[in-house]
Design a protein around this ligand. Structure first.
Ligand code: ADP
Ligand code: MG
Length: 262
């Protein structure tokens, strides 16, 4: 099967006020179709930059990005991507239904078709019954579910998520983690998920990619061999504890590298 994402030797340096900020250095990464890959690392290590490079929102200075075997630019035009960020970014003067319809409306999909599609998506994220609510009438978790529904409007093959659960309290966060896995399994989408939470990355992912800062590099890749569906019971198993520990150790090695021989 072709890789969903294939990055070869991608580097990116930002130039701000005469200063150079090396954000990504020589990133090479293949992500198979259907994977759920988390990018994990300390703040500023280039996670968002890498996600934006994948989504063709930033051009790398060097290297190449292929999405489903195509140039990333063509994939963006083909609407192969859905994107979700930390802030849901809903428009408060539109209903939830109309928010989810917006990308379809912009693309010129006719009214009856987009209304039906939005209703299906709201059902998928379990917001049926809230179609006519305004975003501010919903909890943060429900707003984020609406944002996920909106991101799925073109049935994207790849969902790019940048700390989408970062603003939620722990209960809501764990609930939405399970919901996200359910949606991932029912849609077959490939997900690239940015987080700085060890337990979140471990619980969700088929593989955790640990990044190190200045410049952002891939430090370690850790496959998570826990079976799906993963549930709340999964979190208290020994296998989960071991997986989480190996991810935590890889992250700590990046944060606090011990010099060789010490
Ligand atoms: P992360 O998401 O892991 O916190 P980012 O990818 O946002 O990290 O940032 C990586 C580095 O690149 C940081 O030092 C950040 O300040 C810098 N950076 C990110 N975006 C820009 C930009 N548009 N202009 C200048 N510097 C940027
Ligand atoms: Mg970021």
């Amino acid at each position: 099967m072709a890789n969903a994402i294939s990055i070869q030797n991608a580097s990116k340096t930002f130039h701000v006020g005469g200063k150079s900020i090396p954000a990504l250095s020589e990133i090479t990464l293949d992500i198979p179709q259907g994977a759920f890959v988390s990018l994990l690392g300390p703040s500023g290590c280039g996670k968002s930059t890498l996600l934006r490079v994948i989504g063709d929102l930033i051009d790398p200075d060097e290297g190449s990005v292929l999405i489903l075997g195509k140039d990333a630019r063509i994939s963006r035009r083909d609407r192969d991507y859905g994107m979700v960020f930390q802030a849901p970014g809903l428009m408060d003067w539109r209903t939830i239904q109309k928010n989810v319809e917006l990308p379809l409306q912009v693309a010129g999909v006719k009214a009856s078709e987009r209304a039906e599609r939005a209703r299906e998506l709201l059902k998928l994220v379990r917001l049926d019954g809230f179609e006519n609510h305004r975003p501010r009438q919903l909890s943060g978790g429900m707003q984020q579910r609406a944002a996920i529904a909106r991101a799925l409007s073109f049935e994207p093959k790849i969902l790019l998520m940048d700390e989408p659960l970062g603003a939620l309290d722990e209960m809501n966060r764990e609930y939405l983690q399970r919901e996200l896995l359910r949606i991932w399994q029912s849609t077959g989408t490939t997900i690239v998920f940015v987080t700085h939470s060890v337990s979140e990355a471990t619980f969700l992912s088929t593989e955790v990619v640990v990044m190190s800062p200045r410049p952002g590099r891939i430090a370690t890749r850790i496959p998570i061999d826990l079976p799906y569906p993963r549930t709340d019971e999964t979190r208290s198993t020994e296998a989960f504890y071991h997986a989480e520990t190996s991810v935590r150790e890889a992250l700590h090695a990046v944060l606090d590298p011990t010099p060789a021989g010490v």
